[in-house]
Write a protein that binds this ligand. Sequence first.
Ligand SMILES: O=C(O)c1ccccc1NCC(=O)[C@H](O)[C@H](O)COP(=O)(O)O
Length: 383
Amino acid sequence: MESLLAASSSLPAAAFSPALLSPPSSSPHILRTVTGAAGAAARAVRCAAAKDSILYALEHDEMFNSAEVIQWESGKSINSIAAAQGIRIRRRCRPRYPSEGSGADKAVPRNILEQIIWDKEVEVSQRKTKKTLQNVIESSEHAPPARDFIGALTAAHGRNGVPALIAEVKKASPSRGVLREDFNPVEIAHAYEKNGAACLSILTDEKHFQGSFENLETVRNSGVKCPLLCKEFVIDIWQIYYARSKGADAILLIAAVLPDLDIKYMLRICKNLGMTALIEVHDERELDRVLKIDGVQLIGINNRSLETFKVDTSNTKILLQKRGDIIKEKGILVVGESGLFTPDDVAYVQNAGVSAILVGESLVKQEDPGKAIAGLYGKQLLC
Ligand SMILES: O=C(O)c1ccccc1NCC(=O)[C@H](O)[C@H](O)COP(=O)(O)O
């Protein structure tokens, strides 16, 4: 195979991050072009497009470890690289390589997370036909500055002496179905804020959670002051710029889905945009991967397996018992996520070492989601 880096020696490795190698059929696909029969001129055009968008976006920032990038161009598919990192979620829309074998197109998803990711690949590629990466980068530049997500969590934690609350604005979920029929995201967001939530998490996935980017934007424009987490299934940097353009201050990155190089690259983009990345892990292997990445400030430990739906709050405790010291040493803030319903649950994850909690179902299902916060903590939170 022709060397991608050699073919474009004037570009830093960052220009060829895997995150740029987006789903097929819509935008130019660099990996495809280097393995296909396209000539040097076509390649140059595509490299220029990449240079315009990505290099512009990164403002000629620090390069990535080129060895990692070479791994991407060495003929390994994203699935084999991901699998080598213990990632079980496969990608479907990536081009296949001889080394990957056959059958990816005919495969059925192994679990709900894989289904969500496959649907997301289609959704993002369709969205990109309407708004290019360049378009969303430009829109993100016109958004008001991102709010300080970690600062809000730290302040609320100090103020209340209990884990700060990231209250989730979620209509439905694959595991629980519809949580709230009369769903008004703006009303819920204001009720959460009035009752002491430090930050809000807004589901934007439409197909599986009945959320939307419109909800995110409407909440942002409704006068809510809390920083907003865009709760998305991110597989492509396009989504980060889009989220920022709709007012997100933070975004979720799921380690069960994203290879290390994607996480590094996306972290860098978040930093350039002034956004916080909440990096979610569920098991020890994912946590260890994330702890090796520089610049991680916020880790979420999900008590829910996104593959089986099993929820177990002891997951937070077990992982923090094992890695709490390194986490503290690195000054990383931990968020306990999912399955928290009572003051005992909150105390349990607080004793395990979390500084914040992410709560959806137990609040959004109550008649008054704002008042439900005092029920969850066993006391009124100070704003
Ligand atoms: O909740 C699901 O069914 C689900 C399925 C697949 C991927 C993600 C899923 N949920 C995301 C979350 O983990 C929660 O929205 C979040 O942590 C809040 O949890 P909860 O308080 O239990 O609603």
